[in-house]
Design a protein around this ligand. Structure first.
Ligand SMILES: [Zn+2]
Ligand SMILES: [Zn+2]
Ligand SMILES: [Zn+2]
Length: 199
């Protein structure tokens, strides 16, 4: 049985990725004061958001751990204190970022969502490093071709670089031969030295 005016709330810190779980009760809002949502990590301690009472509602504003925007949610006071579980999600990603209700359910939900957050962050990082590797390779190719050091098997170094559907291609202006560049560290290494790149 859940205490009528006691709820666990949980959220994920955008600064340190730590999970903060705390209890709120009806007295937390006495005198219509706001409850501040801070990271409870001993070192971080960043302010993440607040719950503000307003008439018969609470306004929850929270800095999102996914998109770094502040999201605002409104819930009736009656709902907050009567629901055993509720969550609010980031409108950009659909991932839940604020949880309230019975402690065990809240903790299970925040842990599950934090795992998804980690996966999304890894995916994002992987894409970013792929993109930066690709642009490095394009830069190296451009530099080389300015010095006529990108050459087709036909002997011509009159080449053009172009992008098509996520890939970078070199085309020989003499014979029309095309070559697609795969972004890898190996290719980047190969292009970094002074030699002529033959495709
Ligand atoms: Zn933190
Ligand atoms: Zn968001
Ligand atoms: Zn050619």
């Amino acid at each position: 049985m859940v205490n009528k005016y006691l709820r666990a709330v949980a959220y994920i810190c955008p600064y340190c990725s730590g999970i903060t779980e705390m209890n709120i009760n009806i007295f937390s809002f006495s005198g219509d004061s706001a409850v501040y949502l801070k990271c409870n990590d001993k070192i971080c301690r960043e302010s993440i958001g607040m719950i503000t009472p307003h008439d018969d509602k609470y306004k929850i504003s929270l800095l999102c751990p996914l998109c770094d925007e502040v999201h605002t949610y409104t819930i009736s006071k009656a709902s907050l204190w009567s629901l055993d579980y509720l969550s609010f999600s980031c409108p950009n990603s659909g991932i839940d970022i604020f949880f309230s209700g019975e402690r065990k359910r809240v903790l299970d939900a925040v842990n599950e969502n934090n795992r998804m957050l980690d996966e999304l962050a890894d995916e994002y990082e992987r894409r970013q490093s792929e993109l930066s590797l690709k642009s490095r390779i394009v830069d190296l190719l451009k530099k080389k071709s300015q010095h006529n050091k990108v050459r087709c098997k036909c002997g011509s170094s009159n080449v053009k670089l172009f992008d098509f559907q996520d890939k970078t291609f070199i085309r020989c202006s003499e014979c029309g031969r095309e070559f697609s560049i795969t972004a890898s560290y190996e290719v980047a290494d190969k292009l970094s030295d002074d030699s002529t790149f033959i495709f």
